[in-house]
Design a protein around this ligand. Structure first.
Ligand SMILES: [Zn+2]
Length: 106
């Protein structure tokens, strides 16, 4: 790991319109951390209903595509998640219903 170390010893929980966000400073290389997060999103039982974003020390978001992965799929229809979100393809009720179904399986 190179570059300056940032001393951040706090985390923040924020309630946003679409749910809770937990902002956690982590002292790991951003691409290494994003790889771990992708693995969790793909393999944990509840991975489909969590969204783990990673930002580097310059506040640049590290995407799945940056690491050679495909984007996430929509939990409602299986299409590209970002497209569904951008065009508002599903109602909140539809999304919540899928979320609840996955939650019950956990
Ligand atoms: Zn969809």
């Amino acid at each position: 790991m190179s570059g300056k170390k940032l001393k951040r010893e706090f985390s923040i929980c924020v309630e946003e319109e679409d749910g809770w966000e937990w902002h956690v400073p982590v002292n790991l290389d951003a691409t290494e951390l994003k790889s771990i997060c992708i693995n969790w999103e793909n393999n944990l039982q509840f991975g489909r209903i969590i969204d783990l974003d990673v930002f580097d020390n310059n506040h640049n978001r590290i995407s799945r595509e940056d690491l050679g992965n495909t984007g996430r799929t929509c939990i409602v229809c299986g299409d590209d998640y970002l497209t569904c979100r951008r065009i508002g393809k599903h109602s909140f009720k539809e999304i919540r219903s899928c979320f609840d179904e996955i939650s019950r399986e956990i």
